[in-house]
Design a protein around this ligand. Sequence first.
Ligand code: PMP
Length: 278
Amino acid sequence: AELYLNGEWLSPDKAFVSVFDRAFMFGDGIYEVTPFYCGKPFRLQDHCDRLKYCLQQIKIPFDCAILEHLMMQALSRSGLANSDAAVYIQISRGKAPRTHYYPEHAEPTVLLYAFPVVLENFHEKRWKVLVSEDFRWQRCDIKSTALLANTMSNEEAIAGGFDENLLVHDGHFTEGSHSTAFFVMNNTVYTHPEGPHILSGITRKVVLEICRDLGISYEERPVNIEELDRVEEVFLTGTTTQITIVESLHSKEKQIFTAQKGEITKRLQEEFLRRTRE
Ligand code: PMP
């Protein structure tokens, strides 16, 4: 049994949640994906801090202290104790009669499982990305299980033969449907500032640290769609995306960006790989 649900280890075909669970009815829950490289957690504290922040923001009372132990157990139960893997954690407000306001006495539903992550060759991937409208809500900093706008956008991209979306809000790029976006112009790396319009990516934080350490200049400010003709490199980051090169950007009608060089992305990828292998 490799899946943790509310205090029990179960096989996936034996794990069930009530139809009155608020994650099922409202998407009233949050989640986190933490990577483990060769069985060792990578930026565990950052992932736990983000999880706590999200729980706090939506007032789910839950003590995260047991999670680290559960994550290690999930890995070993899935035979991933020494592999490149990630652990998915989902915490919903729990089961209660359907009301929009938060119920007083709900017990959070806690789900946790491990899955393999392929770290090899991420630097050889080159994505074709669809630029689409960011029609998500105004609290993208909360890693909510309510991901309908993200899934609608990504479905459109995948159905059109693309690998991911780059979302545009008010004329500037925010992030991907499940990744952080970076742009390189004139040897400076740009990414959207933290705040309600993006998820504060942990990989984003790592990439900015790498920039600082390697002396690559960077700026946290939104890049406007009008600036695309000055952009030389685009890459997307995330726990499962790592650092993936964007080969081209497309509107529904035409290609609007083609990767020129890729030296800065390459340097960041090399250093990222080194840090995950440390
Ligand atoms: N933005 C969104 C919308 C995401 O879903 C993700 C995570 N998959 C990210 C950014 C990247 O975050 P992280 O680096 O912490 O995985």
